[in-house]
Design a protein around this ligand. Structure first.
Ligand SMILES: C[S@@+](CC[C@H](N)C(=O)[O-])C[C@H]1O[C@@H](n2cnc3c(N)ncnc32)[C@H](O)[C@@H]1O
Length: 316
């Protein structure tokens, strides 16, 4: 039985608080030590275009990308309670030399006009990378965060039930990603009974998950079960959960289902629209009156007027 089903008829669901904006600018506006758990998955370096000039992931080099992430997650550390946890899902990639075209997420390579990956254009000038080197970005980010003050407590391997097909014949197909558990203090809240193995044993650090059938058109949503586990292990009912790269709101929906408050930050307003649809659906499933409406969406003061305009158009 899901928590939604176990909640009584009078139970009030916590609606996600959704802030449209650049998380680097929005996070400093949140009060310190106000969040119990952060679950997030930033854009992976050079992979996708989320259609915003200030998006993370399109930096010229992976070194700048890591520097930006460290800065963002330093703000996450400030807003996290002393006994809070931070769960970071992050993926890797290969350094490639495509040989032609300008570097950039919308570059045209050869006669191919489709969106191309920055990391396929040119081997980045760092870390001694060579063509076809696996960049090791997740661990490089983890080491950088350790250096910045985070305590790294676990590396969970997410084993994908249904991995993206790859046409490679000279290495195994990638079918895993990393989830790092960081804390800000040695003592932190962790409920080992929140999620256990089917045998009753303590949860192992490999999770076989996904894909989530309800990704609602977002190209990189993580499975709801991933967020659910992090939330159950790291928080109590009523606590606040943060996702600074909110996407189509998986963390918000999982929080709502588990009776937790949530704050989501997302730079691209079109994904926020999807999030509202999902939240409404979750409320309907719980036979509650619809608690979510666009009034709950805030536009960060620093967000460009343009983004607000797009959102208004799309929600009308
Ligand atoms: C990997 S996706 C997250 C998907 C999310 N976990 C879900 O399940 O829907 C990363 C998201 O970060 C957003 N993003 C990129 N740069 C951002 C920034 N500077 N501030 C806030 N959001 C950003 C992108 O638009 C994208 O939706």
């Amino acid at each position: 039985m899901t928590p939604l089903e176990t909640m009584g008829a009078g139970a009030k669901l916590f609606e996600p608080r959704i802030i449209i904006g650049d998380c680097l600018e929005v996070l400093p506006t949140l009060p310190k030590e106000s969040v119990q758990v952060c679950v997030t998955s930033p854009p992976y370096w050079g992979l996708r275009d989320y259609n915003h000039p200030r998006q993370i992931g399109t930096e010229q080099s992976p070194e700048i990308y890591i520097k930006n992430l460290v800065e963002i997650f330093r703000e996450v550390r400030r807003v996290l309670r002393k006994d809070g946890t931070f769960w970071l899902n992050i993926g890797d990639g290969y350094a490639r030399n495509g040989g032609v075209g300008n570097c950039g997420p919308n570059a045209i390579v050869g006669n191919t006009k489709k969106l191309i990956q920055r990391r396929n254009c040119k081997v980045p000038h760092c870390w001694g990378l060579k063509d076809r080197d696996l960049m090791g970005i997740p661990w490089r980010v983890a080491f950088a965060l350790q250096e910045d003050g985070w305590i790294l407590r676990s590396r969970i391997t997410w084993i994908k039930k249904s991995a993206m097909p790859e046409s490679v014949k000279n290495r195994p197909t990638n079918a895993t990603e990393d989830i790092f558990l960081f804390t800000k203090s040695i003592k932190y809240y962790y409920d080992p009974d929140g999620v256990r193995e089917p045998t009753g044993a303590n949860l192992r650090n490999y999770w076989i998950l996904g894909p989530d059938p309800n990704a609602y058109g977002h190209p990189a949503a993580f499975p709801r079960e991933l967020a659910r586990r992090c939330i159950l292990l790291g928080s109590r009912e009523g606590d606040t959960i943060l996702d600074p790269f909110g996407g189509c709101g998986t963390t918000g929906i999982a929080s709502q289902e588990l009776n937790r408050k949530s704050i989501l930050i997302e730079i691209n307003p079109s994904y926020v629209e999807t999030d509202l649809v999902r939240a409404k659906k979750a409320n309907k499933m719980a036979k509650q009156k619809v608690l979510i409406d666009p009034l709950y969406v805030e536009t960060s003061k620093v967000q460009s007027k343009d983004a607000k305009k797009i959102f208004e158009t799309e929600s009308s």
